[in-house]
Design a protein around this ligand. Structure first.
Ligand SMILES: Nc1ncnc2c1ncn2[C@@H]1O[C@H](COP(=O)(O)OP(=O)(O)OP(=O)(O)O)[C@@H](O)[C@H]1O
Ligand SMILES: [Mg+2]
Length: 268
């Protein structure tokens, strides 16, 4: 078997001490292969965000082993984990986490600043990333001049501009209406399918989990179910999903870093 992109073995997370102890994760095992699109579901407090934060090197497990492409992450120090985050990971959160009073373009450029990418190249890649999420013409707008769905697409552009191996998303559609939510899912599904970016996404909504190839259900800090499924493809349902298809087409056409050919898909 090829090495999984992500591998968790007996990962536990305990918050607090003594009386206040919370067992957020109880010895979970989870492998995610390169190119998968996995939805994490489960009740509030079941450990989904804790798991995502550990995968994203934003938090460390209390015990157990985490390997990223076969490399033990558990042994890395803070700086090494930051490097892993910058180079290989992209994050999308429910609250967008965009800088206010800063243009969409500058928000998207920020991770490239941290990577030391030069000004011209930063601009070129950020414009391509914004185009990839269907935001041409909105580059100079600040977050307050954009809708919730558009803000979330800026956040996705920021996550993908570094060409990460993995995008981690925690309730990426939590703050937008249903039509915008499907638009955002269309963008994420397109990135997974057309660029092979692995996606692990927490969601409470079955409609959003339907885009994934696999659903992992958490219950009380444990994995209660792990099932593969045929993902929902908006282009198979063009009548009721025209917007999704438009967003997806934009992903295929734009191509960050010139890596993707400009061949917009034609619906069957
Ligand atoms: N920093 C923290 N300190 C103490 N307890 C925490 C902390 N973060 C999370 N917890 C606890 O760990 C458990 C799991 O939390 P987690 O955020 O992973 O749940 P979740 O599945 O993401 O829930 P939700 O769907 O509400 O976002 C909860 O009982 C929570 O209260
Ligand atoms: Mg959560």
């Amino acid at each position: 078997m090829t090495t999984p992109l992500l591998s968790l073995r007996a990962i536990s997370k305990v918050y607090g001490v003594g009386e206040a102890e919370v067992h957020a994760l109880r010895a979970i095992d989870l492998d995610v292969a390169e190119g998968e699109f996995v939805a994490l579901m489960g009740p509030s407090g079941s450990g989904k965000s804790t798991c995502l934060n550990i995968l994203g090197c934003l938090d460390v497990a209390t015990s157990g082993e985490y390997r990223f492409r076969g490399q033990a992450v558990s042994g890395l120090d803070r700086d090494q984990r930051a490097l892993l985050r910058r180079h290989y990971l992209g994050f999308v959160f429910q609250g967008f986490n965009l800088l206010a009073r800063t243009s969409a373009l500058e928000n998207v450029e920020l991770p490239l600043v941290y990577l030391g990418v030069g000004r011209r190249e930063r601009r070129r890649r950020s414009l391509a990333a914004l185009a990839a999420v269907g935001l041409e013409g909105r580059e100079r707008h600040t977050p307050s001049q954009l809708s919730g769905g558009q803000q979330q697409r800026v956040a996705i552009a920021r996550a993908l501009v570094t060409e990460p191996s993995l995008i981690l998303a925690d309730e990426p559609t939590g703050n937008v209406d249903s039509a915008r939510a499907h638009e955002i899912m269309g963008v994420l599904a397109g990135l997974n399918r057309d660029r092979g970016i692995t996606i692990v996404m927490v969601t409470h909504e079955p409609d959003m989990a339907a885009y994934a190839h696999r659903v992992v259900r958490f219950l009380d800090g444990r994995i209660a179910a792990d099932e593969r499924q045929v993902p929902w493809r908006p282009e198979d349902h063009l009548d009721d999903g025209a917007d999704d298809h438009a967003a997806h087409g934009a992903v295929v056409a734009a191509g960050v870093g010139g890596a993707v050919a400009a061949t917009p898909e034609v619906a069957p």
